[in-house]
Design a protein around this ligand. Structure first.
Ligand SMILES: [Zn+2]
Length: 191
């Protein structure tokens, strides 16, 4: 099976996408350990979907329609503000299953973030520059990790997805395309 799963979005062509939103808004379920065959397949599917895109720093299972606590992200190659530092390769990706932030440190840093599930908008969000995370890797081995700066931001963003939380749920300044102000006014009424 080589089909690449579609990434779910809150809206499409100026209309809200209720069906996708229901999945994106759900709280995802813990993955039972040791990993079962079906969960291994879902992890592979998430890896395939992520490697297919070069416009994202991370992706979570709910974004491809699977409400399980699995995330994938690039763990190298960023300056502090997220611009590429030229040191990352396509293979510098990391999978976390059931990730849980056990410690967050430092003064939160505000940066505008995008999300494949919220096309065309960016939202300013304050994130911790250092986090410690417990969980499992893609093979089901227990891991205990520390992430810094932009990678810490990506991991916090992806873990939000597992709680059904999206960037538009933050109250920070939102940037939408000028030409589409009216459209997004309508789409983001609950904000
Ligand atoms: Zn996202």
């Amino acid at each position: 099976m080589n089909t690449v799963p579609r990434v779910l979005t809150l809206w499409q062509d100026g209309e809200s996408n209720e069906e996708d939103a229901r999945v994106l808004r759900a709280v995802s379920a813990e993955v039972p350990l040791p990993l079962q065959e079906e969960d291994r397949r879902d992890i592979k599917l998430l890896i395939t979907a992520f490697l297919e895109r070069d416009d994202a720093a991370g992706l979570s299972a709910p974004q491809i329609g699977i409400n399980k606590r699995i995330i994938i992200f690039r763990n190298k190659g960023f300056e502090k503000d997220g611009t590429p530092d030229g040191k990352g390769t396509k293979r510098d990706v990391e999978v976390l299953v059931n990730p849980r932030i056990t410690q967050a440190r430092g003064e939160p840093v505000v940066l505008a973030e995008g999300c494949l599930s919220c096309p065309e908008v960016r939202v300013e969000i304050a994130r911790y520059p250092e986090i410690k995370v417990r969980g499992y890797d893609q093979y089901g081995n227990k891991v205990n990790k520390r992430y810094l700066d932009y990678v810490a931001r990506i991991v916090q963003h992806e873990i939000d997805h597992l709680e059904g939380k999206l960037i538009v749920d933050y109250q920070g300044t939102i940037y939408v395309p000028k030409k589409k102000l009216a459209v997004f006014d309508r789409l983001l009424t609950s904000r």
